[in-house]
Design a protein around this ligand. Structure first.
Ligand code: ACO
Length: 326
């Protein structure tokens, strides 16, 4: 099996900012409540003409550029998203056409906020076995399109964006050291968009009852998230024969600052070892981790030989983590 790592990353955030002050005009909330309960100050919202594939294409082009790989060299495109442009064709096909990755296999992956971790784990198997050489993994969401803007419990939490990574063979000892993936369908009702699929196709009543919008049992998801953030990280570190003390950078899913702080406390992690950008973007589901990683790289927080943990959790319920030698 050959070693597989990240060759380049990219990100795209729509221009429009929606601040907590803006939300105060829309629902019964306050900057104080949102900041103290979540850490979020503002989030980005896609323009009317932008869909997930448009955001993804920007991030993909940047990742290819950073990796020094042309679109023609890409063998596989995986788009992790819960907000595809449409049910089908896959958003990965739309991205493939736009960037001109003509020989790439293409599919979407649905694992909510854990989607990017599931995506890089899947792509790694193809590259490690020699089936493919280069893969483009994108986490992208236009969550603003499925948020109920009258529901203060959820609308303050989410944002739009895209993050991408080009994966390929790396020198032995570098790249992904271990993965941990998990799911628990018994939590399916804690976080969902109920209608629009084969069980409850769109109808006047599903629209009237707002069943095409995101529903979340925040308290239960919070407890699950705090538990999984550390158990998935513990699992992946054990598999790699490491402890959190060996880690140079921790890139958690950006759902709530209190969830991240709970993990920092448990591991005794200093702030400079943890990437946090949810204050600026909110929770972008599958895009959160790749955008956070990309920004950390761009800010010079990642050096050759660094050991990095990426860790996510989300609807499904799902969770996942990986250890990466940069
Ligand atoms: N502004 C003001 N008050 C609010 C708001 C708001 N925006 N939202 C809720 N409240 C109220 C509630 O109505 C409740 O009032 P009540 O006590 O009178 O009923 C009160 O604030 C407290 O609500 P809680 O749910 O207890 O608030 P909590 O401290 O748990 O914070 C939050 C809520 C932020 C949603 C938190 O539970 C959380 O972060 N959960 C996890 C979310 C998450 O991690 N999602 C990740 C996966 S996302 C994905 O996969 C797409």
């Amino acid at each position: 099996m050959r070693s597989v790592g990240i060759l380049g990353t990219g990100a795209y955030l729509p221009e429009k900012r929606l601040t907590n002050a803006d939300l105060e005009q829309m629902v019964d909330t306050s900057d104080e409540w949102i900041t103290s309960r979540t850490g979020i100050k503002e989030r980005r919202i896609a323009a009317d003409h932008e869909a997930s594939s448009d955001l993804a294409v920007h991030a993909a082009r940047q990742a290819l550029d950073k990796a020094g790989i042309s679109a023609e060299q890409v063998d596989l495109i995986i788009v992790a998203t819960v907000t595809p442009d449409m049910s089908f064709p896959a958003t990965a096909c739309l991205v493939q056409e736009q960037i001109g990755a003509h020989k790439a296999a293409t599919f979407d992956l649905s694992a909510a906020c854990t989607g990017f971790i599931y995506g890089i784990s899947t792509a790694t198997q193809f590259i490690a076995t020699g089936s493919y050489k280069y893969a483009l993994v994108i986490g992208v969401e236009c969550l603003s399109r499925i948020v109920d803007w009258t529901d203060r419990n959820t609308c303050v939490l989410f944002g739009d964006g895209a993050g991408a990574a080009v994966l390929g063979p790396v020198k032995e000892g570098y790249g992904f050291q271990s993965f941990e993936l998990g799911g628990d369908g018994s939590g399916k009702d804690l976080l969902k968009v109920e209608a629009g699929g084969s069980r409850l196709p769109a109808s006047e009543s599903t629209v009237a009852n707002r069943m095409h919008s995101l529903f979340m049992n925040g308290r239960e998801v919070f407890k699950f998230a705090v538990r999984m953030m550390t158990s998935a990280s513990d699992e992946v570190l054990t598999k790699a024969n490491l402890t959190m003390e060996d880690i140079d950078l921790f890139v958690p899913h950006q759902a709530n600052l209190r969830i991240i702080e709970a993990a920092m406390k448990r591991y005794g992690l200093a702030a400079e070892k943890v990437v946090v950008n949810l204050d600026r973007y909110g929770n972008m589901s599958s895009a959160s981790i790749p955008v956070a990683l990309h920004e950390a790289i761009e800010e010079g927080r990642v050096s050759d030989g660094d050991t990095i943990v990426l860790c996510g959790f989300g609807g499904g319920l799902t969770w996942g983590a990986t250890v990466l030698n940069w």
